[in-house]
Each structure stands twice: as structure tokens, then as C-alpha cells.
Design a protein around this ligand. Structure first.
Ligand code: ZN
Length: 287
């Protein structure tokens, strides 16, 4: 297993971690200042500054994108909605390509309308079928663009609103169906916040192998957790066995970044400088 204790060259910052403190251009400046070599930005953060400006800033600083957040949200109530979702995913692929991202992360969606408290239907199997068909359609376009798609399973507490793919096993079943030849065009983003509890986690990481392990997201699971979305813990403050999980990833052939992704009202209330310094220190000591 790689030694992270003396360098944070493998650290990537998911820029949602400091989105309440800074705009993306400032985040990139602050990362460059601390020798953080990779980020994973969100589409709204990029749009707020302008994609051409961000692309130029990335070129100037040499900062890479471990991923781009995000595509997905396929299920819709009708054909027009499904078409709109596919169009939006094509745009996300184009943006990821322009920014030189390693992959486009897919949060696949689930019952349409559920996020707003008004689900248009309750048929989870239908949502899963729409997700499968949506990924298949996006994959065709992504192949021509040369942009790998990384399915991110979300914790089952998000099964109604954000993702009907909730385990690594489910995600890999879709990968096997749509990309049986393991071309590298389709894989998974392993976000420990979502999958740490899974009794099959180690076995599924082995099953995925290097060509399906496209991204690795770290934070911690606080006990107790007080908010389903915005109470992620800083690495070392919770109950996830971070080093054990990284060993599983690396034994399976993963050699990419470990991306710090912390949605937290607590950390959003801290100065951005303090958050980044803490991420770097914890990355060295506990990741
Ligand atoms: Zn993630």
C-alpha cells in the first residue's frame, strides 16, 4: 500500500468541501498554494465562474481533475423528461472532456420528483430500468468522446431521491451488462461514505478490479449522523476503517487519487484555509 504519511500528492479535493467558503477560481488558487494536485469540481461551481476561465486556470496551475461532478439523474415521468436527461448528460460529458477530467461521476437518480417531495411514481424497478437505459445511451456518446463514466452507488438512505443504485454490486452488474469487455469506458466511483457498511464491499472491490475502479472518495461516517446529506465527517472523526478500505482498493489495482469529499454544515462554517489544512493533515495521518 502506498505511504501517504510524508506527502499528499495522491490527495484530490472534491470542491464541494469548501463550496460555501469560496468560488471555484479561489478554490483552485488555494489548492495550488498548498500543492494539492487534483480536484473534482461540480458543474454549478464551474458555470458560476465560466468553463473557459476554469479550463485556463487548470492549465496554468497544472491541477488535474480526478473526476467531474456530475451526470446521471436519468429517471423522468415521461419521454420528454428522459430525452432532456440524456441531453443534459451529453453536455456534462462535453464539459468533462473540455476540462480534461479522468471520469464523469454519475449519481444516477431514482423516483422522479422525489427530491421535491412529489414522486411522480413509486415503481423503483421502473426507475432502475430507466437508469440502465440512460447509462447505456450516455455510454455510446461517452465512448465517442473518450470520457469514462463512473457510477457512484449511494447509501440506501438516498434510494428514493438521489440514486436507485445503492451497492457496489448493483453498479458492477450494470458495468458487466453494458461493458462486458471491460474497455475502461464504464466503471465505478467508490465513495466510502456510501458503501463503508456493505458486508460485500471487499469482495466487490476485488470483482471490480483496476479497470472498473475509476475513483475513490473519502470522508468519515459520524456516529451518530445527524443529517442525511450534510453531516459527513472529516477523515479520522468517525467509524470508517479508512486504511483497511484503501488497502482493498490498492490490492485490487487502484493507483489513483483519494478524493476528499465532505458535505458538512460544520466544516462549511470553518475558514476554508483551516478545512484544507485539516484535509491535508488527516490525509497523511489516517487515510
Ligand atoms: Zn462521492
Amino acid at each position: 500500500m502506498r505511504d501517504f504519511s510524508s506527502s499528499h500528492e495522491a490527495l484530490s479535493l472534491n470542491t464541494a468541501t469548501v463550496r460555501k467558503q469560496w468560488r471555484l477560481d479561489r478554490i483552485i488558487e488555494e489548492c495550488a498554494r498548498r500543492d494539492i494536485r487534483a480536484i473534482s469540481p461540480w458543474r454549478d461551481q464551474v458555470a458560476a465562474v465560466g468553463i473557459d476561465r476554469i479550463a485556463a486556470q487548470l492549465r496554468a496551475t497544472g491541477i488535474k481533475l480526478s473526476g467531474y461532478c456530475r451526470g446521471g439523474f436519468y429517471p423522468a415521468g415521461d419521454a420528454a423528461g428522459l430525452r432532456a436527461a440524456l441531453d443534459d448528460n451529453r453536455r456534462a460529458i462535453d464539459e468533462a472532456k473540455l476540462l480534461g477530467a479522468a471520469c464523469l461521476v454519475l449519481v444516477v437518480g431514482s423516483l422522479p420528483g422525489a427530491l421535491d417531495g412529489r414522486p411522480l411514481y413509486r415503481d423503483l424497478a421502473r426507475a432502475r430500468a430507466e437508469v440502465r437505459d440512460g447509462i447505456a445511451a450516455s455510454l455510446e456518446y461517452a465512448r465517442t468522446a473518450g470520457m469514462p463514466l463512473a457510477i457512484e452507488p449511494l447509501h440506501p438512505m438516498q434510494a428514493a431521491e438521489r440514486a436507485c443504485i445503492n451497492t457496489l454490486e448493483q453498479a458492477l452488474d450494470i458495468c458487466d451488462e453494458l461493458d462486458a469487455a471491460r474497455t475502461g469506458a464504464l466503471g465505478v466511483a467508490v465513495d466510502l461514505y456510501h458503501v463503508w457498511w456493505d458486508p460485500k464491499l471487499e469482495a466487490q472491490i476485488v470483482r471490480a478490479g483496476a479497470d472498473r475502479l475509476l475513483a475513490y472518495h473519502v470522508c468519515d461516517w459520524l456516529a451518530p449522523t445527524r443529517d442525511l446529506l450534510n453531516d459527513r465527517g472529516m477523515m479520522g472523526d468517525g467509524v470508517i476503517e479508512l486504511k483497511k478500505c484503501r488497502r482493498w482498493m490498492e490490492d485490487a489495482g487502484y493507483s489513483g487519487y483519494s478524493e476528499v469529499e465532505i458535505f458538512s454544515d460544520y466544516w462549511w462554517s470553518k475558514p476554508g484555509e483551516e478545512v484544507l489544512e485539516t484535509c491535508i493533515a488527516r490525509h497523511k495521518s489516517v487515510v
